[in-house]
Design a protein around this ligand. Structure first.
Ligand code: NAI
Ligand code: MG
Length: 503
């Protein structure tokens, strides 16, 4: 738990000294204003008031940033550094993140609205671990020596893909920045990152730490800006070799199309989900309720892998539903900077309205609302934690990603049937199972079509664990060795051997 004193310290961030210092664009190692002088306000979702104005990247700024990244890749010292040297810089960055963790967590709570305890554990700590993990990889990836037929010797080299365009969302801003930056830098790529327009602040502070760590100019460029102009232009840019994106499936599909208008870019996508969580009849009800609550309400439900379809066995259904509603209603809604808060506001008015629309749909289509389900009166983009029971597979709330604190409880009786129902979606990001029956665990785990399956747990994230989606939930995996390979090309070198030399 967070000490009271750190909450008092948080007041530092409210008055004049508390306004985040860095609001410019980070291009070519310099902090600069946007080419056309445009700025935008970033809003505190708890007060609904602006925190500060930041520079808004225009297409011209995207061009400048891509040029800087291109130049750093093609001509700078970065490509000439050893993996050990690149790793050292990443280790330095990890330590700076740790050292400035309090401040970074405050920035995240302010800009995103999430509870500061969560910002510390999830955003800051996991980011630190991610930079450290990939720092270790920087001098450990190797090619193969291949015994080719005939008088040839062959080997493979792993080379960086080049300039990576990275576009991140607002729900876990610092961690999404780390998941993208760390493997790209370990591989030796250079980066232009566009952050989400709702949450530019923590990334800018990390930009300052990148400069402090001593990365060469232009290796990392960070742009605050919007998707429709800066994001779209970045994705189409001919100077970009690879695009990595986390966000909505709709924009992911656009990026797939747009990225290929100027050549074949490498693309990885981490998109939406409608993840099923199957609670079997032998499950311990009290523990399952806790797990299910966490799997959905964590981060105000703004999680791509949120378990938003709970399939509960008919034998325990009624008790599970009633107790889940009771637990959900205990959430403490409030200011993210208050350590007693367990649920912060949604990120924006737009998201609040969207979620409210789903709640109304749920009622209209006949689901039983056991708790919540009323509009939040008062300041802040809050949505009351809402639990729907008697949810049927064809209801809108059982099919579409809500991205908010709205739980759907469905009933099942047959295990073959529940696998079919769970898989009956265009998404395939996550899934979960709660059972003590090992045979049932294998059967369900292997039958579920999802990139991550949790058994008797949920929402366990770590840089060692590959993460990504089947079907419309994405393309490729982040984290683990696979996360690094997204940023590497394989070059096969075949050399003629003198006749008569040993094969
Ligand atoms: P979004 O997909 O529009 O935004 C994510 C990022 O993409 C932001 O940085 C945005 O500026 C950028 N972007 C938007 N349009 C772009 C374009 N045409 N080209 C390049 N970049 C573009 O998501 P949004 O509008 O913030 O949220 C809408 C829904 O998306 C949410 O309700 C949720 O369902 C889903 N979402 C999923 C996330 C995930 O972690 N998978 C994260 C955020 C949203
Ligand atoms: Mg959008």
């Amino acid at each position: 738990m967070l000490a009271r004193s750190s909450f008092r310290n948080s007041k530092r961030f409210f008055g004049t000294r508390m306004v985040p210092k860095q609001t410019q664009l980070f291009i070519g190692g310099e902090w600069v204003n946007s080419a056309n002088g445009d700025t935008f306000e970033t809003i505190n979702p708890y007060t609904e008031e602006p925190i500060t104005s930041v520079q808004r990247a225009s297409v011209e700024d995207v061009d400048r940033a891509v040029d800087a990244a291109r130049n750093a890749f093609d001509h700078g010292p970065w490509r000439r550094m050893s993996g050990t040297e690149r790793g050292d810089l990443l280790f330095k960055l990890a330590e700076l993140i740790k050292k400035n963790g309090e401040e970074l967590a405050h920035l995240e709570a302010l800009d995103n609205g999430k509870p500061i305890t969560l910002a510390k554990i999830v955003d800051v700590s996991n980011s630190y671990l991610t930079y450290k993990y990939y720092a270790g990889f920087a001098n450990k990836f190797v090619g193969d020596t291949i015994s080719a037929p005939g008088d040839f010797h062959a080997y493979t080299r792993k080379e960086p893909v080049g300039v990576a365009a990275q576009i991140i969302p607002w729900n876990v801003p610092m961690l999404m920045q780390a998941w993208k930056l760390a493997p790209a830098l370990a591989a030796g790529c250079t980066v232009v990152m566009k952050t989400a327009e709702q949450t530019p602040l923590s990334a800018l502070r990390v930009g300052e730490l990148i400069k402090e760590a001593g990365f060469p100019d232009g290796v990392v460029n960070i742009l605050s800006g919007f998707g429709e102009d800066a994001g779209a232009h970045l994705v189409r840019h001919p100077g970009v070799d690879k695009v990595a994106f986390t966000g909505s499936t709709e924009v992911g599909l656009d990026i797939m199309r747009n990225s290929s208008t100027s050549g074949l870019k490498r693309v990885t996508l981490e998109l939406g989900g409608k993840s099923p969580f199957i609670i079997c009849e032998d499950a311990n009800i009290e523990e399952s309720i806790q797990q299910a609550n966490f799997s959905l309400f964590f981060n105000s439900g703004q999680v791509c892998i949120a378990a938003s379809r709970l399939f509960v066995h008919e034998k325990i259904y009624d008790e599970f539903a009633e107790k889940s509603a009771k637990l959900a209603s205990k959430a403490v809604l409030g200011n993210g900077l208050d350590p007693n808060t367990t649920q912060g506001p949604q990120i924006s008015k737009e998201q609040q309205n969207k979620i409210w629309g789903y709640i109304q749909k749920g009622k209209q289509e006949g689901a039983s609302c056991l708790t919540g389900g009323e509009e939040y009166e008062g300041k802040g983009f809050f949505v009351k934690p809402t639990v729907f029971a008697d949810v049927q597979d064809d209801m809108t709330i059982a099919k579409e990603e809500i991205f908010g604190p709205v739980m759907q409880i469905l009933k099942f009786s047959d295990y073959e049937d529940v696998i079919k129902r769970a898989n009956n979606t265009d998404y395939g990001l996550g899934a979960g199972v709660i059972t003590n029956d090992i045979g049932r665990a294998f059967h369900l785990t292997n039958g579920l079509r999802a990139g991550t399956v949790f058994v008797n747990c949920y929402d366990i994230f770590d840089p060692t664990l590959p993460f990504g989606g089947y079907k419309n939930s994405g393309l490729g995996r982040e984290n683990g060795l696979e996360g690094l390979e997204n940023y590497l090309e394989t070059k096969t070198v075949i050399m003629s051997r003198p006749e008569g030399s040993l094969p």
